[in-house]
Design a protein around this ligand. Structure first.
Ligand code: FCB
Length: 442
């Protein structure tokens, strides 16, 4: 199976990339990194499938050169990766020189291969010592994060192509503090309200620190999920709008408009940290681009109980191995509405998109046609948006290789490259080859 597009079907300056994150691939046990809240969350029975963790990951810490070779050989322009806070500051405060050296080598390795380094400062592994102090519930987290930003960007900031402070503020706050699905695994509305605001404050603080270092091409990366009412009732319409406000608009509106949706503030009520309004100028300082991570839609219906009073309803569309419906129209929707309602002429990048699949190894190869079709359909949505004048400038596949998929352990394979988790050998799948072919066709 091949992809239906070539480079020339997209604007000349359009960038293709692939993405990973530090805790999911590096091997957190190596190089003097300190414990993170994901290590402790995973060590607590029932939180992660098979109680797996990121201690070994894909051993990218030692195999990074081979991994960068794969990205280069695939014809990608951009490598979106993340920086582990606990590798750079094992106790959340003191700098680990080995950590700085690792990222220094990695950045130079990307530049040597002609890849644009797109750095994310926080892709979820908070140092355990800072979690002990309340983590994202503690307002001081913004300053701690600013100190981390200064330490790592003081070393590599002169060579990164783009930087974003936070990957997916909704996951950092709501999924992790209200739904309890990710570390630190809380189910507490007050913790969630505080985390939602503090993660925005950390975004603003880190952006300010990076501007102070003279860095440019700074962005914000949000995950967006299309919230569709489960039926035609006014009740379903109402709760789908609340879901959209919590999930999508809270963060986009905070960063790009300097205000939060009123329906979320009404719902969170007195749980918001005192004086949050005074932080909105810092949070909404200008950025240079916006990244959208997009995977699926959700059907939302009303549920009994306190605010937000909603639940997810299973949808009828074909699903990925995650149980997520395949819905490329949602990506088109978000590209057009994000530009229309929030970002205007700012460049948009699809900073994550991809699917988990069973990916059977047959005769030494993985023929992942479903992933090829998924990428094709979503790049199609990008092309539609571009045709209508939306300034989409890049599309990055999640993920370069199979890795630690958080609470689902190593079970869910998202990679363009298969990883054998016994030998750690890498094997490019058919999707990798299809992309390499499409990207080399002019
Ligand atoms: C995103 C995360 C990424 C990966 C994909 C499947 O929400 O940013 O780390 O887990 O989902």
């Amino acid at each position: 199976m091949t992809l239906s597009f070539s480079r020339s079907d997209l604007p000349a300056d359009f960038l293709f990339g692939t993405a990973t994150s530090s805790y999911q691939i590096e091997g957190h046990a190596y190089g003097g990194a300190g414990p993170t809240h994901w290590d402790t969350f995973a060590a607590t029975p029932g939180n992660v499938v098979n109680a797996e963790n990121g201690a070994r990951g894909c051993d990218h810490y030692h195999r990074w050169a081979e991994d960068l070779d794969l990205i280069q050989a695939g014809g990608f322009d951009v490598y979106r990766f993340s920086l582990s806070w606990a590798r750079v500051m094992p106790d959340g405060v003191a700098v680990n020189p080995e950590g700085l050296d690792f990222y220094d080598r990695l950045i130079d390795g990307m530049l040597e291969r002609g890849l644009k380094p797109a750095a994310t400062l926080y892709h979820w592994e908070l140092p355990a010592a800072l979690s002990d102090l309340g983590g994202w519930r503690n307002r001081d987290v913004a300053q701690w994060f600013g100190d981390f930003t200064a330490a790592i960007m003081g070393r590599i900031g002169d060579r990164v192509w783009s930087a974003a402070p936070i990957n997916e503020p909704w996951c950092v706050s709501w999924l992790s503090h209200f739904m309890g699905v990710h570390a630190p695994g809380l189910r507490d509305i007050r913790a969630a309200a505080r985390a939602m605001h503090h993660v925005m404050l950390a975004h603003g603080t880190a952006t300010q620190v990076m501007r102070g270092l003279g860095m440019s091409n700074l962005g914000a990366v949000c995950n967006l999920e299309y919230a569709q009412p489960a039926d035609d009732s006014p009740e379903a319409a109402k709760v789908a709008a609340i879901y959209d406000a919590i999930y999508n608009r809270f963060f986009l509106s905070g960063i790009f408009k300097g205000r939060y949706p009123q329906e979320v503030i009404d719902g969170l009520g007195e749980h918001m940290p005192e004086g949050w309004q005074d932080d909105m100028a810092l949070i909404s300082q200008p950025v240079d681009w916006c990244g959208l991570n997009y995977y699926t839609r959700k059907l939302i219906g009303p549920a009994p109980g306190p605010w937000p009073g909603l639940e997810e309803v299973e949808g009828p569309l074909p699903k990925t191995e995650m149980g997520w419906e395949i819905y490329p129209e949602g990506l088109y929707h978000f590209l057009t509405t994000t530009a229309r309602d929030f970002t205007g002429d700012l460049p948009l990048h699809v900073t994550e998109n991809g699917m988990a699949a069973p990916d059977r190894l047959v005769d030494g190869a993985v023929q992942d046609d479903d992933r090829i079709a998924y990428v094709d359909a979503h790049v199609g949505a990008v092309r539609r948006a571009i045709d209508e004048g939306v300034p989409v400038k890049g599309y990055y596949v999640w993920s370069l290789m199979d890795n630690f998929e958080w609470a689902l352990g190593f079970d869910k394979r998202f990679g363009l490259v298969r990883v054998d988790f016994d030998s750690l050998e890498r094997l490019p799948k058919a999707s990798y080859h299809a992309l390499a072919a499409a990207l080399s066709r002019s």
